[in-house]
Design a protein around this ligand. Sequence first.
Ligand SMILES: Cc1cc2nc3c(=O)[nH]c(=O)nc-3n(C[C@H](O)[C@H](O)[C@H](O)COP(=O)(O)O)c2cc1C
Length: 345
Amino acid sequence: MDLEELESLAREKLDTGFYDYIAGGSEDEATLVDNEAAWARRRLRPRVLRDVETVDTSTTILGQRVKSPIGIAPMAMQHRACDEGPVATARGAAKAGALFVMGLFGAGSASEVAAVAGDAPRWLQVYVMKDRQRTEAAIARSVEQGYHAVVLTVDVVRQGNRRRDVRNSWAFLQSDGKIEDPNEVFDHALTFDHIEWFASHAGVPVVVKGVLRGDDAAACIEAGAAGVVVSNHGGRQLDGAISSADALSDVVQGVDGRAEVFVDGGIRRGRHVIEAIAMGARAVMVGRPIMWGLVVDGQRGVANVLEGLQNELERAMALCGVRRIDEIDASLLAPSSLDGRGFPR
Ligand SMILES: Cc1cc2nc3c(=O)[nH]c(=O)nc-3n(C[C@H](O)[C@H](O)[C@H](O)COP(=O)(O)O)c2cc1C
């Protein structure tokens, strides 16, 4: 699987504004670049002679079985990537037995996605709106429709300064044709108290997305979150923020086994998934490559990206001498991947 080629194919089909919206990051794109580089620079200590005749990539996420610990990160604007929008993404995910996180903002209809057949879990991602009742109503509806968890994204207290979008005069066109400015509609006054409120009222597990520090992660869990997603929003928010790979160990320590830790940002290879699990993540989420797959070949394109990554993971697990996800541990990380205190970086 060649994700770079997939991106070029997608780029040929898109206008500059939409391509840049997907590919770009904020300001100097330092964090965007670092996200991929931080996984790429880690090294593994493979085991040999472990009978890897059969390798099983399956695991559970918040108690639900998935084919692998590779899921789809929430992304807006899928209706512009493909006519069927997130319905196609959900079908691709269902075919691959992968977690799909539906982004509610500017992404399409949550009920149509909920109606897609399949056993893999589906979560709903929301931003808390100033009109908080709108968020509460969306959550209540989604739980009724069968979403298994709610993801609250907390790293958009201001829209990141995405210079490509400024240059292209990019606007958030919702699937209903309305333009919504995140700076106007999102609630910027959220605190851990609100996490507590959502966690006790949502009716399904609440996962907080956009956490980069162990102390914040601990506070989220103490407020009732069932999990956190270590994420810098794919380098689209604070430029200069730590890469998600480098932030992961601190968050794992802060959570201290009390909840599940997920990570996204720059994951492009099966071996990156092994690195994330070895550092203590339960699963990873992938963003842009899914968009490229969706643009190039709709639901099939999404399934191909997921299955390609699953195949890479299976091969890398075999080559590391691990047969099951729970055999992946920190000893697989080379010392060059450890920081001065001996923790995985
Ligand atoms: C086009 C695009 C739209 C996104 N929209 C959202 C969104 O609506 N909500 C959200 O929480 N994250 C959003 N994100 C961030 C992703 O969920 C994820 O954190 C990031 O893309 C992961 O990094 P990767 O693209 O390097 O895999 C978006 C990312 C992209 C590329």
